[in-house]
Design a protein around this ligand. Sequence first.
Ligand code: NDP
Length: 327
Amino acid sequence: MSDRPNRGISITETGGPEVLVHDDLPEPTPSPSQVVVDIAYAGVNFIDTYHRIGLYPMEFPFTPGLEGAGTISAVGDDVEGFAVGDRVAWSGSIGSYAVRKPAEPDTLVHVPDDVPLKTAAAVMLQGLTAHYLSTDTFPIRPGQNVLIHAGAGGVGLLLIQIAKLKGAEVFTTVGNEEKALLAKGAGGDHVILYRDVDFAAEVTDIAGHRPIDVVYDGVGKTTFEEGISVLKPRGMMVTFGNASGPVDPVSPLDLMRNGSLFLTRPTLFDYVATPAELRWRATDLFAWIEGGDLDVRIGATYPLADAGAAQNALESRQTTGKVLLVP
Ligand code: NDP
């Protein structure tokens, strides 16, 4: 265990980024079934902002952050399969905006020696999301037309690459020219600046009437309805996030009127429901990284004390790829 005191972020009330207070935290000691991890990097995710503003209710006070990577520094007596010094990563263990945290072994995966902890922290939550969306929610088949919103974001850049690995034709939307270059570099075939043009009209211009097999929509409120309008009959709308706000209620009859569409609102935690499923998906991601098939872009790294600035950047569309915190 490092001899640095445990410090991290505490939240005692809902609010803006200013409610993220950098403070002393209790020194974690593992229960017999837990380990303690020295955190090298913590991931910043949209869900952290939903916890902060109360969209996904939490009990206060709490330390935010579900994702990170680090080294095990203490092991409870009953823990099997993990030892002090092991390099591990996680995507579903709250309290990651800290120097150290206790963790349940079932939430951890081992990080291969040739994958840096920085990359591991950057790929866990958004990478596992891109994996389940493309492999299970709507298993992409070669030649299918896929529309991915916010293609230069954390999930977006990874999902574009995985969709291309699976042989899709990728349509993707982005907020500005710099993001367009990144989405193109990740393999996007048709990159649409959806703040400048009507993306549904653009998709139709490129590929004709209702050409899309699946829409992956993490933007939510501002894109959902138009996304429905570009789907093929029996296509699938995967609404998986609320970056622009939650989607309004939908009538099942609208799905019928638009061509017997499928609608799903998935969350990662149901797709890593067992340790075996978590490790299977993570193993795929690490193998793609090791094989050079998946590039993990880290767009920004902030000191842990600046977590508020990091969340503010994410919420105000200033980031690309992954945002990390360094304790
Ligand atoms: P991103 O890095 O993609 O950041 C969000 C992006 O959304 C922005 O950069 C911006 O890109 C776009 N956006 C469009 N409108 C807005 C708006 N009004 N305010 C803010 N951003 C906007 O974030 P993540 O990759 O972390 O997450 C993407 C989405 O996926 C989020 O909604 C998140 O909640 C969701 N998610 C869902 C999971 C699940 O299992 N259901 C798991 C992980 C993430 P641009 O400028 O190009 O428009």
